[in-house]
Write a protein that binds this ligand. Sequence first.
Ligand SMILES: [Zn+2]
Length: 479
Amino acid sequence: MKYYVTTAIDYVNAQPHLGHAYEKVLADVLARQARLTYGPVNVRFQGGTDEHGVKNYRAAREAGQEPGPFTAANSERFLALRESLGVSWDDFIKTTDQKRHWPAAQELWRRLEQNGDLEKRTYQGYYCVGCESFKTEKEIENGHCIFHPTRELELLEEENWFFRLSKYQGWLQDHFRENPDFVQPAFRAREILNVIEGGLEDVSFSRAKEKLPWGVPVPGDDSQVMYVWCDALTNYISAVGFPDEEKLAEWWRPEAAVTHVIGKDIVRFHAALWPAMLRSAGLPLPDHVFVHGFINLGGEKLSKSAGLSLDPFDLAGTYGADALRYFLLSQIGVGQDGEFSVERFEAVYAADLANNLGNLVQRVATLAERGGLSGREAKEPSLEPELVLERKDFRAALQSIWQVFDATNTKIELEKPWELKDSDPERYERVLGECADSILVGAASLRPFLPETAERIEAVFTAPKVAAPSEPLFPRLDR
Ligand SMILES: [Zn+2]
């Protein structure tokens, strides 16, 4: 079984915010769980950055820089999530990569054109630079894009290449009916199917080079650069070898499981446009498009364009990567939006991490050390991988893992092992051994979610002699 999971490639016009971090952590849990379930060699986890387009070009110009060095520097900030948040990407593709990415984007273009799906037309419409797409009436509210209420829409008229998405409406409807879990969660699948049934418009695929020189050249048309989807979406296959079909087939074939993890603002492009492009090019489709919501801060979408930002690097540096991962994974339902505030984050940290898990590990390890308890065998996880890999209900998964820790806490309270050390040393050792074993089961289940914490707990209880950690797993917050 081959398992290939991707995060969206982000625009590098600004620094990563908490919403970016959230997506990477969600996908990372899938990748880590898949490595445990199918074996690391059968799993590939990929991220990247989308470095072309008007937004990046303008942001570079506004910063007084050439787009190349500007986007390269910002791309590094996204890649830094690997270190800061434990996002275990196996590969990271940049759309400016002329060796790995450009030949794929251009070959895909040629195939769409050969199949009669690209057409040059004059077009006039309202363009949202935030979305990098023309907006239909339904997507405009009070004169603004519904996703970018603070950005001005631009009225554009020019000659562009268009992809004939409308041609694929019937085929897409059939695909959704035959594959009810193509888009997850189910409410998102219904939503996008409604959009498809309402009629699909053709999609602008290029821009005049004189207006935007920063992009992949359109094959056979010197006046145009790709803009933006044939460049961006292609990252999912360029990094795994396309147009080399043999290389591609290792990860991108009907028998492999392919999951794209994306935000709700780009569902239409991943769930309608991308499958139609692949179909046109005669390539297999991904199995799942897993759609997450936005992180809200005071009721607003967390993004630079709305003037709100909370730095994931600062949060991970202050509280620990696993603490931030825990909050993001345990507090937001599948596909829902989440609320973030420092108050709420600190409350969850204190209750679940410092007082519950951290305290439990410290207490059991201290008592075990006092009794000279030998290390135990590492345990198998009790968590069903299906809950993670199929249902993707990380909140429910963490709740079930915390039930193991709660039960162990209760057992300690009932058995009061500290009263047994001298009166019944045999029972003392048995009770602490059982507690250590349950904690190890919980820690094993925790590996995909809080990798560093799981490793630290397993190190404590599998050492030749159990010893309490010198530093608590989750130090209490100074008030
Ligand atoms: Zn927009």
